[in-house]
Design a protein around this ligand. Structure first.
Ligand code: FDA
Length: 395
């Protein structure tokens, strides 16, 4: 990686993560001088660990509806002008083998570092300097002045690609929000997203013994539902379905769990009653759910007797409860484990075509720092690629 070789750059990109590296490729292709700085030891550290080390780099179904933002229209333009198919083409050009795992999620066959190497190769003539701190940033009428690890440099354009606050251990600082505020660019409320949910002592009493138990369910928070795996943990609930609804859950909200979304529990129990009427209720539920969960449900719902003792009405009531099981999380695991940060730089203050601030010429925000957050499943990287392309092409 290079040192800072010049005193002036056309563009300085803050953050050598997914969005920053991608933007560097586009910006340098237009012939300008580009510097990318990062305080980390390595570029693209989140890419490296993403998708269990194989990077879920996009989703073939990615579209505006998979993103959360105060302005649901904002992401449309960038997503349409640099799509998942554009990124897939780039991956193919670099001969990176990939596969669809599930639900349109594309992963590398090999290591996630292939994506980092690809972005570094695409960054071409851009200088990338690591272990470099942003000590100061200010703007005169015509350009930005920065102090980077003690060295004074200037730039015509600044691209803030410093990501969100998720996983501080990996170098997330939230500095992008501070830069926005310094330049009077509004920032919405932010909170941890794609994150496990936690419970108070009363619920943990029955949840903790279930730690490690998983099942496919439908989780709903604030009218948005996801059919994926739910996992009980020592501190609450996790798994893909939980991470997905965490984006829609706010403190004080309930989460509805349909414990068997694709089958009628009433029909299943009624059939079981016909063939095995003498089965105890806990045992009957164990034909539908993991055993530990079946026992817990039988206890919680105070089910007594055997199947033959249950009227159709009683079975229907039980089935309804299991299709609409209600949980009330007390919080989330927070930024420590969250995959993303919800909220960010207010999209009303940015051009959706270029990501440039409407009030500060030459100041751009891309990637996770912007108030656009994707679902789990490759959507957040797609936003990083698309917003970076919009900005890099415009600079
Ligand atoms: P990103 O966080 O990638 O980059 C920001 C860069 O800025 C970092 O390199 C950081 O060091 C640097 N920086 C921060 N503060 C700085 C400062 N003060 N000075 C200098 N540099 C600074 N998404 C997805 O689509 N598919 C997936 O498989 C996964 N998997 C995944 C796993 C895990 C564990 C996490 C935490 C997250 C994911 N994600 C994901 C989400 C995805 O990683 C995330 O949305 C993108 O990396 C965001 O890209 P950005 O470039 O905006 O930020």
């Amino acid at each position: 990686m290079s040192k800072i070789s010049k005193q002036h750059y056309d563009t300085i990109i803050l953050g050598a993560g997914a969005a920053g590296l991608m933007c560097a490729g586009f910006a340098q292709a237009k012939g300008g001088t580009v510097l990318v700085i990062d305080h980390a030891k390595r570029a693209g550290d989140k890419i490296r660990i993403s998708g269990g080390g194989r990077c879920n780099f996009t989703n073939i179904y990615a579209g505006p509806n998979n993103f959360i933002s105060a302005n649901k229209h904002f992401a449309k333009s960038a997503l349409a002008r640099y799509t998942q198919w554009d990124f897939i083409e780039l991956v193919a050009k670099h001969r990176i083998a990939y596969h669809e795992k599930t639900l349109g999620q594309l992963f590398c066959d090999g290591k996630a570092t292939q994506i980092i190497d690809m972005l570094l190769a695409e960054a071409g003539t851009a200088e990338i300097t690591l272990e470099t701190t942003l000590d100061d940033i200010s703007k005169t009428d015509s350009k930005f002045s920065l102090i980077l690890s003690g060295k004074a440099v200037t730039a015509d354009n600044i691209v803030v690609a410093t990501g969100g606050k998720s996983i501080p251990k990996m170098g997330a600082t939230g500095i992008g929000y501070q830069i926005a505020k310094q330049f009077d660019v509004p920032v919405t409320d932010i909170r941890a997203g794609l994150v496990p949910l936690t419970f108070g002592p009363h619920d943990l009493e029955w949840i903790t013994p279930l730690a490690g138990t998983a099942l496919d369910g439908r989780l709903t928070a604030n009218d948005t539902a996801f059919d994926e795996a739910l996992l009980f943990t020592h501190r609450g609930i996790s798994g893909p379905a939980v991470l997905q609804v965490s984006n829609y859950w706010h403190e004080g909200d309930e989460v509805q769990v349909n414990l068997m979304p694709s089958t009628s529990i009433f029909d299943a129990l009624r059939g079981e009653r016909q063939s095995n009427g003498r089965r105890q209720m806990g045992t009957a539920l164990a034909t539908l759910f993991p055993k530990k969960l079946a026992v817990t449900l039988a206890e919680k719902l105070q089910l007594t007797g055997n199947l033959a003792d249950q009227s159709d009405k009683a079975l229907q009531e039980l089935a309804d409860k299991l299709h609409r099981f209600t949980l009330k999380p007390t919080g989330s695991e927070g930024y420590r484990t969250a995959e993303v940060t919800l909220g960010g730089v207010d999209t009303d203050a940015l051009s959706s075509k270029t990501m440039q601030s409407k009030s500060v010429k030459g100041l751009y925000f891309i990637g996770e720092v912007v108030d656009v957050t994707g679902w789990l499943g490759g959507y957040n990287f797609q936003w990083a690629w698309s917003s970076a392309a919009a900005c890099g092409r415009a600079i």
